[in-house]
Structure formats: C-alpha cells, structure tokens
Design a binder for this molecule. Structure first.
Ligand SMILES: [Ca+2]
Length: 144
C-alpha cells in the first residue's frame, strides 16, 4: 500500500515540474514616440495623428495686446504652438483679411491695413493641419 502512494506522488511531481518548464513569452507593449515620424505602436497613426500624443500635440495661440492705433495699419503679433496656418478675418473689412506670417516655430505676425475709424473685430484662427483649430477674437480701434 505504501509503494502505490509513492508512485502517485512521483506522478504528481512530474506533472507539476513539466508545467514549470513551459516557456511563456510576453510581448512588450509599444508606445507611440511623438515627433519621430513613425507609427511606433502599429495602430496606423503616427505622432500627433495618434491619440497617445494628444497632450504633447495641443494647438496653442496667443495674441500680443496692442490694439489701439493712430494710423490706418497695425502690426499684430503673437505666439503659437503647432500651428501650420493662421488666418485673420477683419470686420468691417476695408483692408482685407488674410494669412498671418509664421515668423519662426513660435511667433506669427499680421499687418491689418486700412483700418476704419471704427471698432475693428479681428478673428484669428490657428489650424494645425490635423483637424485642430483655435480661435482668438481681439479688437482694434483707430483713435485719430
Ligand atoms: Ca501609432
């Protein structure tokens, strides 16, 4: 009776040992690296097109506060982050609306022309080319 029990324990030990010898492979999760131009996590989207990069890819737009003028034109400047295009719509619109010039990676400039002696509303819109837009509205009043 004792020898039968020993055989059973050996069988149990062998079964357990064979499970411990199994190799289990874990694949390491890949994260998107924002700004390298590659789809690092293989979800079909790279950099700012990938939601993983959303915090680093927020579009920002600021306007410097200089909005009273004694001439018919006013240079407006500001800063941006990630803007590919900035447009300025002026109402009323005697001098025309247009695109701001992106001076470098962080600043922009626009010259508003033929400002009438009225309160001019400027709607400044930045676009990142990936579907994000940010708009700031400012006013210029010509006082001469
Ligand atoms: Ca990706």
């Amino acid at each position: 009776m004792l020898s039968i029990l020993a055989i059973c324990l050996t069988a149990i030990f062998l079964f357990t040992a064979s499970r411990c010898d199994q190799t289990v492979a874990f694949s390491q999760a890949k994260n998107e690296i924002c700004g390298d131009g590659l789809d690092n996590d293989d979800n079909g989207k790279s950099d700012c097109a990938d939601n993983f990069c959303a915090p680093q890819c927020l579009l920002e737009l600021t306007v410097a506060p200089t909005f009273t003028t004694e001439a018919d034109s006013q240079v407006i400047t500001g800063t941006h982050r990630r803007a590919k295009n900035i447009t300025v719509e002026i109402s009323p619109n005697p001098g025309g609306s247009g695109k701001a010039t992106l001076v470098d990676g962080e600043t922009w400039t626009f010259t508003a022309r033929q400002l009438g002696k009225v309160r001019n509303e400027l709607t400044i819109t930045a676009d990142d080319g990936l579907g994000q837009q940010k708009t700031v509205t400012v006013y210029i009043t010509r006082v001469d």
